[in-house]
Write a protein that binds this ligand. Structure first.
Ligand code: HEM
Length: 414
């Protein structure tokens, strides 16, 4: 049964619209057949588990390889050490605090806000580039806009030279694909692929970190590599896995929020028209998008540190848990009329950026990027329309979004 659920979740034919499957799943908040992950699909159960200290993000706590279909425990031990995404307190809290020092409050409360002008400049330049690129009869919003934007931003923030992007694009894609549960994939080949990618990315970043230690600049890589605050300094390996985490998170998520966003707006022309007239609407639009079409559909890397009971089901110690965030976001026990895209909702406490101690570290940046991107596209594209609906999706079921978003428009305003 779990294998059947797993197969359905990753089945590519469900990618464009996985929501009927999630509706089916929610009839049993915790699904399991005695072999493989426990799949949790309802809002309150997911929310509770995300805040429960008996739940671990460290794959080394998984009982057996059957519970670790992604081979996560092994992978982490053979290359870079786990990033704080995959650690529990106290190490998680220490590393997250240290990483936040050059990024957010209390030490750098203005950092994300101060990037606003720079982000607007990148967005305008990319939209200008669409005109320069040629035909407005066929624009791929992913390749021409939604991918390069967050990648440029994360590179600048970290201090990674943008001309190296094609190299780590390949590593980022391989590592993101490694998150995708695929029971048919050859585990050894898959494991080798992610191990190689982590190793190559690690070696690339190690070179940069050494340069920044000798010659620090005003970028996060320099600050992480040289900082020595109340928690002490990060080891080189800790800087490496933190930088890799930020780079991947900055590559593979915001692109899908922007693309899912434009797709949803083009399917809801009234909201697109309102956004064109009122850029401030981008704030509730982005929140509702994080509920309605979340770029991270599920979290497949939790495990139980002890036996726990959820909705009458006893989940044994060491079991793998999959938390289907996108299903929780459409739970009618939590949201009225959940399948309606409605930026006027009063209460959008969605799970799109996670919740609890691992909730998205980059959330203020991701929100700002998506708000700027969508309001600029709404303002500048004249009469935009979808050329394919649904568009072709990426294979990835965890980080879900269109691979291409072909659109056309009549012109691009200044
Ligand atoms: C729309 C874009 C984004 C979405 C939907 C998203 C979503 C998420 C989610 C759901 C989690 C929770 C993972 C878990 O509980 O296991 C998370 C964690 C995280 N995100 Fe994001 N993210 C986005 C953008 C970013 C960006 C731009 C960055 C980097 C600047 C980033 C950095 C992180 C980090 C470092 C964590 C781990 C936090 C921890 O373990 O304490 N994210 N994100």
């Amino acid at each position: 049964m779990t294998q059947a659920i797993l197969r359905e979740i990753i089945d590519y034919s469900n990618r464009a619209d996985p929501y009927p499957l999630y509706e089916e799943l929610r009839k049993t908040p915790v699904s399991h057949d005695g072999d493989g992950p426990y799949v949790v699909s309802t809002y309150y159960e997911i929310q509770s588990l995300l805040h429960d200290p008996r739940i671990s993000s460290d794959a080394r706590n998984l009982k057996s390889t059957a519970d670790d279909p992604l081979g996560q425990g092994e992978e982490e031990q053979t290359t870079l050490p786990p990033s704080f995404l995959k650690l529990d307190p106290p190490d998680h809290d220490r590393l997250r605090r240290m990483t936040n020092r050059p990024f957010g409050p209390p030490d750098s409360p203005r950092r994300v806000h101060d990037m606003r002008g720079e982000l607007s400049g990148i967005v305008s330049g990319l939209v200008d580039g669409i005109v320069a690129d040629g035909s407005l009869d066929r624009i791929d919003l992913v390749d021409q806009f939604a991918y390069p934007f967050p990648v440029t931003v994360i590179c600048r923030l970290l201090g990674v030279p943008p001309q190296d992007e094609p190299r780590f694009h390949v590593w980022a894609e391989t590592l993101a694909a490694g998150l995708d549960p695929d029971p048919d994939a050859d585990p050894a080949r898959r494991h080798q692929g992610t191990t190689d990618a982590r190793m190559e990315l690690g070696m690339y970043l190690a070179g940069l970190i050494e340069e920044r230690r000798k010659d620090p600049r005003d970028d996060m890589l320099s600050q992480l590599a040289t900082a020595d605050g109340p928690d002490g300094a990060m080891t080189t390996m800790e800087v490496l896995s933190t930088a890799a985490l930020l780079l991947i998170a900055g590559h593979e998520t915001t692109v899908n929020l922007i693309t899912n966003g434009m797709l949803t707006l083009l399917r809801n022309p009234d909201v697109l028209r309102r956004l064109r007239e009122d850029p401030e609407l981008s704030v509730p639009v982005v929140e509702e998008l994080l509920r309605f079409e979340p770029p991270v559909q599920l979290l497949p890397q939790r495990s139980t540190l002890t036996d726990i009971e959820v909705d009458g089901v006893t989940i044994p110690k060491g079991a793998s848990l999959w938390l289907i965030l996108a299903s929780g976001n459409r739970d009618p026990r939590r949201f009225q009329d959940p399948d309606r895209f409605d930026p006027d909702r009063r209460d959008i406490q969605h799970l799109g950026l996670g919740s609890g101690i691992h909730s998205c570290f980059g959330a203020p940046l991701a929100r700002q990027e998506a708000q700027l991107a969508l309001s600029e596209l709404a303002r500048r594209l004249e009469n935009p329309r979808l050329l394919e609906d649904p568009p072709p999706y990426r294979q990835n079921a965890v980080l879900r979004g269109p691979r291409h978003l072909p659109i056309a428009c009549d012109g691009i305003l200044a």
